[in-house]
Design a protein around this ligand. Structure first.
Ligand code: HEC
Length: 249
């Protein structure tokens, strides 16, 4: 009995530590809708304009993207390819890795699988929480990725925001106060209003979620047929069973 209790306690531990680890900046739920083609197209456009200069999508081909998000190859050529790549090529960029390392201290990661490794809520929050911090090399910091090596590349759209802290008095005498980041104050507006920027980031994260698993769309469509097939097959097997057992009863 004791062993069982210990085992249950051990199983519960990770859940407890997760619950207790609420120290970090809270993540905002990303409104993902992979069926919204207009949103995926807007996200793709933002991506090639603002992200692809530094980040590649090494496993994504332009023409597959075109088909999946409802564009023709011609539309992709006109609107999404700025690197001179052919429509059948992978969405790589031309930044040499050694230069990137020198410029940013780290090589910007490939983003094909980022939505799966970090989660869409993280990305949605990350993209909205760059804030002014004069102590950092690019003058900005990030709420969910402290000391990120990425500049605030979307400042033209979002503007600049400064951090708002909540100061917690020390519990014991003499101990230093702690401060927690609770939000932001827009000090210089960008070309988008805050709700517009939020929606644009939802589109961008929606796009990255699609890129992380392009088969998601097919899988959902095929899944419905599989479930229907299983239901029909069960019904037929049931009739068959009744037929077989008829004379035995
Ligand atoms: C000027 C170059 C540059 C541009 C443009 C850029 N990034 Fe980055 N990005 C970086 C660098 C450098 C890092 C690595 C940061 C680090 O590890 O400290 C990074 C890291 C990231 C990460 C990883 C965060 C993590 O938790 O590991 C994400 C996600 C990301 N960028 C998304 C984007 C998106 C989306 C865009 C387009 C809106 C974009 N980046 C545009 C340079 C860039």
């Amino acid at each position: 009995m004791k062993k069982i209790i210990v085992a249950i306690a051990l199983l519960a531990l990770p859940a407890l530590s997760l619950a207790a680890g609420g120290e970090g900046y809270p993540l905002e739920k990303a409104p993902i809708d992979l069926h919204n083609k207009a949103s995926l197209q807007k996200g793709a456009k933002l991506y090639v304009n603002y992200c692809m200069g530094c980040h590649s999508l090494e496993h994504q081909r332009y023409n597959r993207l075109a088909r999946d998000i409802g564009l023709t190859d011609e539309q992709v050529k006109q609107n999404l390819i700025f690197t001179g790549a052919k429509v059948g090529e992978l969405m790589k960029n031309a930044m040499p890795k050694t230069d990137a390392k020198q410029w940013f201290g780290v090589v910007p990661p490939d983003l094909t699988l980022i939505a799966r490794s970090r989660g869409t809520d993280y990305l949605f929050t990350y993209l909205q929480t760059f804030y002014l911090d004069p102590t950092r090399p690019f003058g900005v910091n990030n709420a969910v990725f402290p000391n990120a090596g990425m500049p605030h590349v979307l400042w033209e759209l979002q503007g600049w925001q400064k951090p708002v802290y909540e100061v917690h008095k020390a519990k014991e005498k003499g101990a230093p106060e702690t401060k927690a980041l609770t939000g932001f104050e827009l000090v210089q507006p960008g070309s988008m209003s805050p709700p517009e920027f939020r929606e644009a980031m939802a589109d961008l994260v929606n796009f990255l979620s699609y890129v992380g698993e392009p088969a998601q769309l097919d899988r959902q469509r095929i899944g419905i047929w599989v479930v229907l097939f299983l239901a029909l097959a069960s019904f037929i097997f049931y009739l068959l069973k009744k037929e077989y057992w008829k004379d035995i009863h």
